[in-house]
Design a protein. Structure first.
Length: 493
RNA sequence: GGCGCCGUCGCCAAGUGGUAAGGCAGAGGACUGCAAAUCCUCCACCGCCGGUUCGAUUCCGGCCGGCGCCUCCA
């Protein structure tokens, strides 16, 4: 067991990047706020999922023992409202979207969390936690509900920078002592799911669930708490208040918030704005690796623009990487790398040097607040060098040892980020299938035309072959002739 | 009104107190029967105005512009 490599991480709490220091050496307890399951997962949610998935892969790759918890909010106002609209049982509706989420997670290539707690199966923990808060004087029952008394927590606002007295006060709910107090337990209303509690039938408030579920799995102090930037206030602020008042310990040592997807208008993508793209739809037209690259190409804390070009661009990029790896894999030879590099010249030397230097640069980028954008930049430099060498005819038979470090680099990327994790052929095949499907083309038709054209080319009937190629091009098929016959790709852009 | 973030090439984007990675798109070239792919070359002085400094895109202040949160939201 080697010592995990140290890294630095930004925390919303301190608003700066600082060395990561876990509660227990070598271990990372990570809690990420998951979905409220009343609708499909959209590409904005998926950013959070992929970012933290990648983060976990990278931590584990570096030897950290990560316990990754991501919850489902399956008891909630929005779920109840939607279920009522549809005349469906709320629990059944929630389960349906949990199943759908699991499909999307599989489609996105997400690692399963170590624990995936749900509100509906955590009621006992929640009730117990609320009881503790009442006992300690931080919460008070009122008319069948229980409220958190924010005035009893002097540090309230430390995460989001809000001050209680500066908050816009909404409608002061009957029974609240202060407009900023928030519900831990909501008294049951007719027709709503409800559980027994010492304060009467009811259901948990939104924030208490995460405090209860994270405590159950990871204890009083989390190493890292993650979620979308839009959760900082009030959700995460309230979690801090609940957990720290109940357990008397720092709730989370590092707060990690991913930036939001923004539309061309600059506005964020959000269900309430009605401008969302479902993961299911995105994955129907683009391989999961496309999404992963799209998310990782910029820093996780920055806003990420979404638009019609986002996925096509990302597909072009990730295809470039896979194809470069394919080139690297195609070399043969088993001589000494340095000897071959010397013989083949500077392009070979460049691949060797870049390959050997890659891991250090890659690690350095990720070690500084998980800078995947910079790390990918290094990867593209390496890919270009590989392709350059691939143009050398003499390289084919001898360059294997020279690209060995590059192949190691691709493996490193796959292990640490999940990018390039598919076999090249499988990826290219998936691209073909999905792009054909997106364009409404039948594979057999295309292959027949390609075969037809190969024949024309064999007979050197260039004009007719070119005509056919133009037809294919119009359909969106790009033909790539080679000595061994034509290959084809579906045009991305 | 309060809190916070951001403004780098047509688009996406990293980054540094000493004159700016990478990708997409575009132009020219090599290669090719012609193409495509690939490679090569070209393509920014970092919102504006001050200040600190020998020197700022990078630090400070102001301004303009955009966004997020303060109500459900990854």
């Amino acid at each position: 067991m080697t010592t995990p490599r140290p890294f630095r991480l930004y925390s919303t709490l301190t608003r700066d990047v600082r060395p990561f220091e876990p509660v227990v050496p070598g271990q990372v307890g990570l809690y990420v706020c998951g979905m409220t399951v009343y609708d499909r997962c959209h590409v904005g949610h998926a950013r959070a999922m992929v970012v933290f998935d990648t983060f976990v892969r990278w931590l584990r790759h570096n030897g950290w023992a990560v316990t990754f918890v991501r919850n489902f909010t399956d008891v909630d106002d929005k779920i109840i409202h939607r279920a009522n609209e549809r005349g469906e049982d709320p629990a059944a509706l929630a389960q349906r979207y949990i199943d759908a989420f699991h499909d999307d997670a599989t489609g996105l290539g997400l690692l399963p969390p170590d624990h995936e707690p749900r509100v509906s199966t955590s009621i006992d923990d929640i009730v117990r936690l609320i009881g503790t808060l009442i006992d300690k004087g931080h919460a008070y029952p009122s008319e069948g509900s229980v409220w958190f008394d924010v005035r009893t927590f002097p540090e309230y606002g430390k995460l989001s920078g809000q001050k209680i007295d500066e908050l816009r006060s909404g409608d002061p709910d009957a029974g609240k002592r202060d407009a900023a107090d928030f519900a831990l337990w909501k008294a049951a209303k007719p027709g709503e799911p409800a559980w027994d509690s010492p304060w009467g039938k009811g259901r948990p408030g939104w924030h208490i669930e995460c405090s209860a579920m994270s405590h159950a799995q990871l204890g009083a102090t989390l190493d890292i708490h993650g979620g979308g930037l839009d959760l900082v206030f009030p959700h995460h602020e309230n979690e801090v208040a609940q957990s720290e008042c109940a357990h008397g310990a720092t709730y989370a040592r590092y707060w990690t918030h991913n930036g939001l997807l923004t539309m061309a208008s600059g506005q964020k993508m959000g269900k309430s704005l009605g401008n969302v793209i479902n993961v299911e739809d995105a994955l129907a037209a683009f391989p999961a690796q496309t999404l992963r690259l799209y998310y990782l190409q910029n820093h996780y804390r920055s806003p990420l623009p979404w638009g019609p070009e986002a996925l096509p661009d990302a597909l072009a990029m990730v295809s470039r990487l896979y194809e470069a790896r394919e080139v690297a894999e195609s070399f043969e030879g088993d001589e000494s790398a340095d000897v071959v590099a010397k013989d083949l010249g500077e392009d070979a030397q460049a691949v060797l040097d870049l390959g050997r230097a890659f891991a250090a640069k890659f690690d350095q980028a990720l070690d500084e607040d998980f800078n995947t954008a910079q790390a990918l930049g290094f990867l593209f430099e390496l890919a270009r060098a590989v392709n350059r060498l691939g143009n050398h005819k003499k390289a084919k038979k001898r360059a294997r040892p020279v690209v060995k470090p590059a192949l190691d680099a691709f493996r490193l990327v796959a292990s640490a980020t999940g990018l390039l994790s598919q076999p090249t052929s499988a990826f290219l095949e998936e691209v073909r299938e999905k792009r054909l499907s997106a364009l409404g083309l039948a594979r057999a038709d295309i292959e027949q035309l390609i075969a037809q054209r190969d024949e024309l080319r064999r007979d050197k009937k260039w004009a007719e072959a070119d005509q056919l190629r133009a037809e294919l091009d119009q359909k969106g098929i790009v033909v790539m002739d080679s000595p061994t016959g034509a290959e084809w790709r579906v045009r991305i852009q």
